[in-house]
Design a protein around this ligand. Structure first.
Ligand SMILES: [Zn+2]
Length: 490
């Protein structure tokens, strides 16, 4: 069901893209990249007047007084930002239920005068692309939304570098509500933290992108280059939402993704794969259980052997440039298990779903082969499974590991913004999870920085995000946009 309180007609794609046709958009996005790459701005010491357009250009290195104004404006709007974040957290945007939350994002983009592109992602558009993760159901109600700012004067684009501000709208399942201190979709602020499923991962990031630009606008400035604010689905299970943005033609000189990172930059991350193992058994009455084969117990034995593989893969860290000093970079998780029908029958079936991490020095295809070989060998030693081998299905994440590259220029700009706000140097970190940054980096050559606020217990109970960290990351993001994209007078 396509929900939400904003009327739209899902059968009419143009209904979601007011202001421009899709073909125009792709052409423009492609052209702009070339324009900007050819016209890389020089650092100037003072504000200048654009001779062609007459537009006032911002200094390339922001003056202290302008930095102060931008940060003060973020402060001024922060109560409003907190309220808007709470409104978004109230909308339960778990998988396949994201549409109403995307309606809200589209509404925010529209309010800000951006061109809104809202489209349904389709497997047929994506399944041939590198980075696609298999998914068997259709995306009947999975919508991406992009709000696009394009400078009105083409000449003013020469003053800046284009930017994608990306975030995901999907949140992971909240689990049993009685294990939360308060209902997961009734956000509340306590001791400077906002609680709620998705508050940190990553609705705070989506909303801070909006308010970073609003702060600039309130001061009479606009980015002097294209800025695409993307709100995507599927980050938590496949990444196909971010992939759909690439497929649709969105490109920029850099991408910034405010996933919860406590103000630290992610420079390397593991790959992630999902698979399901289906184990069969031989059902007999329990009084002669020896004659049967218990599918649930067979599954447990396979899980134990997979745990041994986890140890083996962790030992490979010794040769990994980015994870050699991490205590346990590769994590296997049995996330779901089901089996059997009846307490007094030996169970005839069991399925379990697993998530595994993969080091940057490993290869997804070889890792898949290793897992299938392990299961095949384990089954061969079992009298029943030898003739009835378990099946392995690769569905969901097939996410390659990712190491940030060609990010020196953009890192300098982010580090400067970070230092202005926090007074500290920007630190790098490695991540034992995945994020959508890999799509921009691996498949489009766009340096994608994951840098966002501080959260706790994401994917757990009482997920929360620190409001002070949101305020500061919003300030740093606004300064970053101003410096990276350049500014033009509104
Ligand atoms: Zn996330």
């Amino acid at each position: 069901m396509s929900g939400g309180d904003e009327a739209h007609d899902p059968s009419d794609p143009s209904d979601h893209r007011p202001g421009f046709a899709r073909e125009d958009m792709i052409l423009e996005a492609t052209t702009d990249v070339h324009t900007i790459l050819l016209a890389r701005p020089q650092v100037a010491s003072t504000a200048t007047m654009d001779a062609v357009s007459g537009l006032r250009q911002s200094p390339r290195m922001l003056e202290t007084s302008l930095k102060t104004k931008i940060m003060t404006e973020v402060d001024r709007q922060f109560d409003d930002q907190t309220k808007v974040l709470a409104d978004l957290v109230k909308i339960p945007s778990t998988r396949f239920r994201e549409a109403p939350a995307q309606d809200m994002m589209a509404r925010l983009f529209k309010q800000d005068g951006l061109g809104v592109d809202r489209w349904q992602i389709k497997i047929d558009d994506l399944k041939h692309l590198p980075g696609y993760s298999p998914h068997s159901q259709d995306y009947d109600d999975a919508w991406n939304v992009v709000g696009a700012w394009r400078p009105s004067s083409p000449s003013s684009k020469n003053g800046g570098r284009s930017l994608i501000l990306n975030g995901h709208i999907d949140v992971v399942p909240e689990g049993p509500h009685d294990m939360w201190s308060r209902p997961p979709f009734e956000p509340a602020v306590k001791d400077g933290w906002m609680y709620g499923r998705g508050a940190g991962d990553m609705k705070a990031g989506l909303i801070l992108n909006v308010f970073a630009l609003r702060a600039l606008r309130a001061l009479g400035w606009r980015p002097a280059a294209d800025v695409y604010q993307q709100s995507v689905v599927e980050e938590e299970c496949t990444g196909n939402g971010a992939l759909a943005c690439l497929q649709r033609g969105y490109r920029a000189d850099a991408a910034l993704i405010p996933e919860p990172s406590s103000g630290v930059l992610t420079v390397a991350q593991v790959g992630v794969m999902w698979f399901q193992v289906k184990v069969t058994g031989h059902p007999v009455h329990v009084y002669k259980a020896d004659a049967g084969s218990n599918a649930i117990e067979s599954a447990f034995r396979l899980i134990q052997q997979l745990r041994e593989l986890e140890k083996k893969w962790n030992e490979k860290k010794a040769h990994d440039t980015h994870f050699h000093d991490h205590h346990h970079p590769v994590n296997f998780n049995v996330g779901k298990i089901a089996g059997g029908d009846w307490a007094s029958s030996v169970p005839a079936w069991c399925t379990f779903d697993m998530r595994v991490g993969v080091l940057p020095s490993q290869n997804l295809k070889e890792c898949r082969q290793e897992i299938e070989d392990l299961i095949r060998h384990a089954a061969a030693n079992d009298p029943f499974l030898g003739n009835n081998p378990p099946t392995v299905t690769w569905e969901g994440f097939q996410a390659e590991p990712f190491v940030l590259k060609n990010h020196e220029q953009v890192r300098v700009v982010l580090a400067e913004a970070h230092k202005t706000v926090f007074g500290d140097e920007l630190l790098d970190k490695t991540s034992t999870g995945t994020a959508d940054n890999r799509f921009f980096g691996l498949y489009a050559g766009i340096p994608a920085l994951v840098y966002g606020p501080q959260s706790d217990d994401i994917h757990g109970f009482d997920e929360r995000v620190n409001l002070e960290s949101i305020r500061k990351i919003t300030q740093a993001t606004a300064l970053f946009i101003a410096e990276w994209c350049g500014l033009q007078a509104a």
